[in-house]
Every structure is written in C-alpha cells, then in structure tokens.
Design a protein around this ligand. Structure first.
Ligand SMILES: Nc1ncnc2c1ncn2[C@@H]1O[C@H](COP(=O)(O)OP(=O)(O)OP(=O)(O)O)[C@@H](O)[C@H]1O
Ligand SMILES: [Mg+2]
Length: 243
C-alpha cells in the first residue's frame, strides 16, 4: 500500500528562519500522525506547504499518487487535503445542517438529494443530528469543533490537517474530541499538530517532533513523548539529566 501523503525533502526558509529542513513525512489512510514542537518550530508552515498556501524552496509533496508540489491550494483542497484550525469558524447564521450542506456542495461537489443524503449521514456520524437546526454561532466550543471536523468530512476530505484543534477545551472535552478523531481514522489519513500531549497519546499512532524546521524524531507516541530529546527541548534540561 502506498502512503496517501508522501512529503520528501521539503525545505522552506523565511530569511534566516528555517521552517522546514529536508522534512520527509509519509501518512497512510487509517493512521493519525501527531506533530509536536515548540512555538515557531515550523508546524503550521509545514501544513501550509502540504496544503499549498506556501511554496517550498525544495522538495516534493505527493498526494494520492500525484505530485502536487506545484498545484494550487484550492485544487489540493478539492483533491481532499482539508485543514481544521484551533478557532472553528462555522457560518454563524447558518444552521449546522446548512453549514454541512455548503461543505458537501462546494467541497465535495455534490448537488440536490445526493448532497442532502450525504449530510444526513455526516450529522449522524458526528452525533450532531439533534442539533441540525441550531445556528452555527449558537453552539458550544466543543460542538463548534465537532462541526469543523464534520465540515471537513462533508467536503470529502481524504487527508485531515488538524492544527491545534483541541485548544481551549477542558480536559474531558479534549478526551471526547480525541475519541472522535480516532473514529475518523477509519476513512482518512490524519496529521494532528497539538501541544496537548495526552490528546495525542490517545489518538496518534506515531508522533513526529519538529524543531527549527527539522524532523528530530518520528516514532511510537510512548517513545517520542518519553524521549530525553523532547524533555530537553521543552524543559531546557540537558538530555542526560532528563533521561
Ligand atoms: N509568511 C511568513 N513570513 C515570515 N516568517 C514566517 C512566515 N510564516 C511563519 N513565519 C515564521 O516561521 C516560524 C515558524 O512559524 P510556524 O507558524 O510554522 O510555527 P509553529 O510551529 O506552527 O508555531 P506555534 O506552535 O506557535 O503555532 C516563526 O518564527 C514564524 O514567525
Ligand atoms: Mg502553529
């Protein structure tokens, strides 16, 4: 089986700031790759490079068997690379159902009854059926985050790029969101950038550590989160003290 996303030798700098330094990433449908790294490590920039809102200085991005390195962002989105952000932005004056219908129509290209049936399925999958008639702007933060993920699925995303989506939630809500993300692995490849380690521990199959744009570690969550390198970077301890 080939990876849905295959990033190779990806490099990008802004003047002296290196945000991607020869980064290789492979992600398969069925898995969630967690990404950690200190503020400014280049995590969101790597997402921009994958989504196509930023062009690399070097390297390639292959998605679904196609080299998309020079393909514009809107075409990558249509092909199934979809992002979700920390602050969800549903259309506040549209209902949950209507928000998803927009994603089904403009993201997935569905029309008429096919779009409506698809949205009903997504509502059910996300436990939002009872809230279908509520306005997007009236939802709790957790439900807005659920809707943000549901919109990505409604637009027929194949690769979900989640950028700190657990931010602002209580610990219990983080657990609920992580459990939902686990269910999305069934049909999607997921990359989840998150500062909240226990959320990644619950959902990620592997964790990648980015530092100054360089991939320092990529391995099982327990190994990476327990690594002296991580402790050193986050706590400023010497590796031998942290071990
Ligand atoms: N368009 C840009 N022009 C110049 N510098 C940029 C640009 N985008 C990002 N940077 C810089 O690149 C570095 C990496 O930023 P990035 O947003 O990718 O980090 P991050 O790992 O997502 O950080 P955080 O954890 O704070 O979200 C930062 O120093 C940032 O200021
Ligand atoms: Mg960021």
């Amino acid at each position: 089986m080939t990876a849905l996303l295959n990033v190779s030798g990806l490099s990008k700098r802004f003047g002296a700031v290196v945000v991607a330094d020869q980064v290789d990433i492979a992600v398969y449908v069925g898995e969630c790759l967690g990404v950690i790294g200190p503020n400014g490590a280049g995590k969101s920039s790597v997402f921009n490079l994958i989504a196509g809102t930023l062009s690399p200085d070097a390297g390639t991005v292959r998605f679904d068997g196609v080299d998309v390195t020079n393909v514009p962002a809107y075409k990558r989105a249509r092909a199934g690379i979809v992002r979700a952000f920390q602050i969800p932005q549903p259309f506040p004056k549209l209902t949950v159902y209507e928000n998803l219908l927009v994603a089904a129509q403009y993201g997935a290209g569905l029309t008429g009854g096919a779009a409506e049936d698809w949205v009903v399925g997504v509502l059910r999958e996300f436990g939002l059926a009872a809230k279908a008639e509520l306005f997007g702007g009236s939802l709790t933060l957790l439900d807005r985050k659920r809707l943000e993920l549901a919109k990505a699925v409604a637009s027929k995303a194949k690769l979900l790029l989640l950028d700190e989506v657990a931010g602002g939630l209580t610990e219990r809500e983080v657990e609920e969101l992580a459990a939902l993300i686990v269910t999305l692995k069934r049909d999607h490849a997921i990359i989840w950038v998150e500062h909240i380690a226990h959320a990644l521990r619950a959902a990620a199959d592997r964790i990648l550590l980015l530092h100054f744009g360089k991939k320092l570690l990529d391995g099982p969550p327990v190994e990476v989160l327990g690594s002296p390198v991580v402790k050193q970077i986050y706590m400023g301890l010497a590796a031998d003290e942290a071990a």
